[in-house]
Ligand binder design. Structure first.
Ligand code: PLP
Length: 385
């Protein structure tokens, strides 16, 4: 199979698997136990914590391991809101964007339904957020601003540094979900001046079921799950094999970014994108006018009369040809709802349903791109006709 669906998940790298396997069998201690088996497990979790922190330029004690980035986003938003409200009861506002991952957006809807003052900011036709809109939305009642670092469907980058500055000027905290950015572009929590930053192991060739929230030293955070682990910020015995795998994946991600894998992916992505546009008349890149991640291309297909082509049919035919792509987010695929990201960018539901996401990885090759450029155009031509 040719995997062009890395924004859904990434395959384990062999080094990650090799580090995890002993934790399933030889190292079985509970990191909280005082005996040698526990101490060994604790040491391995500690090494992983240092590696995950280093990926975003942080320190080990700033990392809270969770069971997913979905959980880390919940901990960031609910944990920060609760802590801020306790300190300053008049500050309850939550500001986010219309193109967030559902783990943030559905939470925002839930908070609004419970009476929290929630503002969901729009984006323009390229998926870009305006800092003027953000400046108008934040004020003395704002507790937290949360924005993606990079959108998972289009790869469009958010103005996170500017957003953090505006949040801080209003006395609010700033959280960013950097799940899709980490391992693809340099991600520094300090450079952006973030207070909270979310990561997921399985988007950087680590295992599923491991996430992390980087919490700037001194930032008050109310736990969602009580317990003594993770400095009382997230209870529950640590998932040692997954965390160890996460640590190795984070180290390899940092090394890869430093070695320029972003530029390699961008070259392949651009070749794929230009090749598809040249061979499929009417095709357009959603968010193509914005600054994007180097690995993501979201392409909308139309027929000869300019009508949207059913991308699901194209996806299924590509799958039969051994090529994996996606429509919108992985979790939305298979459902009938139009992508909330593309509709927020002004696409009609039919145009959104005519769009495919191609997301490359560090292992994607030129010959894989060639294969897509050979297989896709005739499938498209048949559907367009
Ligand atoms: N945030 C973004 C931007 C994502 O793309 C995803 C996964 O698709 C998540 C959060 C959730 O990650 P996890 O699968 O670890 O819960």
């Amino acid at each position: 199979m040719i995997n062009l669906d890395h924004n859904a998940t990434t395959p384990l790298l062999p080094e990650v698997r090799d580090a995890m396997l002993p934790c399933l069998w030889e190292v079985q201690g509970n990191p909280s136990s005082p005996h040698s088996a526990g101490t060994r497990a604790k040491q391995m979790v500690g090494e992983a914590r240092t590696a995950v922190a280093a990926l975003v330029g942080g320190k080990a004690p700033e990392i809270v391991f969770t069971a997913s980035a979905t959980e880390a986003n919940h901990l960031a938003v609910l944990g920060a809101l609760r802590a801020v409200v306790v300190a300053e009861p008049g500050r309850r506002g939550f500001v986010t964007s219309a193109v967030e991952h559902p783990s943030t957006l559905l939470l925002a809807e839930d908070l609004a339904a419970q009476g929290w003052p929630v503002t969901v900011l729009p984006v323009d036709g390229e998926g870009r957020l305006s800092l003027d809109d953000l400046a108008a939305a934040v004020g003395p009642g704002t507790a937290l601003v949360s924005l993606l670092w990079a959108n998972n469907e289009t790869g469009v980058l958010m103005p996170v540094a500017g957003a953090a500055a505006l949040a801080h000027a209003a006395g609010a905290l700033f959280h960013t979900d950097a799940v899709q950015a980490a391992g693809r572009v340099p991600v520094s929590a300090a450079a952006v001046d973030a207070d909270l930053l979310t990561l997921s192991a399985h988007k950087m060739h680590g295992p599923k079921g491991a996430g992390a929230l980087w919490v700037r030293k001194g930032t008050a955070l109310h736990p969602l799950i009580h317990g003594h682990q993770e400095r009382k910020r997230r209870g529950g015995t640590e998932n040692v094999p997954a965390i160890v795998g996460f640590g190795v994946a984070a180290r390899l991600a940092a090394e890869g970014v430093a070695a320029g894998i972003g530029a390699d992916m961008a070259r392949l992505r651009d070749r794929l994108e230009q090749g598809v546009l040249a061979r499929c008349p009417g095709a357009q890149v959603n968010g193509g006018g914005a600054e994007r991640l180097p690995n993501t291309s979201n392409i909308r297909f139309t027929d000869a009369a300019g009508r949207p082509v059913e991308a699901e049919a194209l996806l299924l035919r590509l799958d039969r040809a051994g090529i994996q792509v996606s429509m919108g987010a992985a979790c939305a695929s298979g459902g009938n709802a139009a992508s909330h990201v593309l509709t927020a960018m002004g696409l009609s539901p039919d145009e959104a349903a005519a769009s495919l996401r191609f997301s490359l990885g560090r292992l994607t090759t030129d010959s894989e791109v060639d294969a897509v450029l050979t297989e896709l155009p005739p499938l498209f031509a048949r559907l367009a006709a």
